[in-house]
Ligand binder design. Sequence first.
Ligand SMILES: N[C@@H](CCC(=O)N[C@@H](CS)C(=O)NCC(=O)O)C(=O)O
Length: 215
Amino acid sequence: MIDVYYWPTPNGLKIVIFLEESGLPYRKIPVDLLAGEQHEQEFVKISPSGKMPAIVDNEPSDGGKSVAIFESGAILLYLAEKSGLFIPTDARGRSATIQWLFWQVGGLGPAGGLYHHFFATTQDSQIHSEDYFHREVARLYGVLDHRLGITHFVAGDAYTIADMAIFPWVTVWRNQKQELSGFPNLLRWEEEVRRRPATIRTYLNASHFPGGRRH
Ligand SMILES: N[C@@H](CCC(=O)N[C@@H](CS)C(=O)NCC(=O)O)C(=O)O
């Protein structure tokens, strides 16, 4: 049985669409976004960024203990891989599917969601948006800092593509008027990734140096 932490927004609905298509057994557990349930401690243990959707797979394929997954794209990929459904197995088809999945999660979703947020919540969206994005980046640094207090690298003990994807967006913190001093785990990680020979070579060979000439 898969527990789906759900509220009927596009990000919640996409998970239920997959579960309905695939026939995997599931049950919905409401996360009332209007009541702020996404911020509750028990939910944040499952979804560290405090966002719906998330799932808990109580019967993972490895036969081990229940596994919690957040991020709608990662959930869809997990469910597709678990069931062998709705993702081609050949490299081209698989990559095409993942490309369009990332396109939705990184482009269409945020653009539509943020448009809704600003259109629905403020009259003075320019002032509100600067403040909103500054606070949101700081919040996300906090999510990372918490994670890096539990694991050495972002996904666990090993340095992975998750670290590679996140590092260039953290190392620009000064340009984004952020402060890292309140995030000791994030500072520790940023320093370590920055000192990796491959990272040093990357920034030495870059035409400019985001985050200031620190290398
Ligand atoms: N990148 C995330 C976005 C999830 C997301 O933004 N969820 C919204 C609802 S669609 C949410 O939980 N909002 C509540 C909040 O921001 O406090 C995903 O794709 O799962």
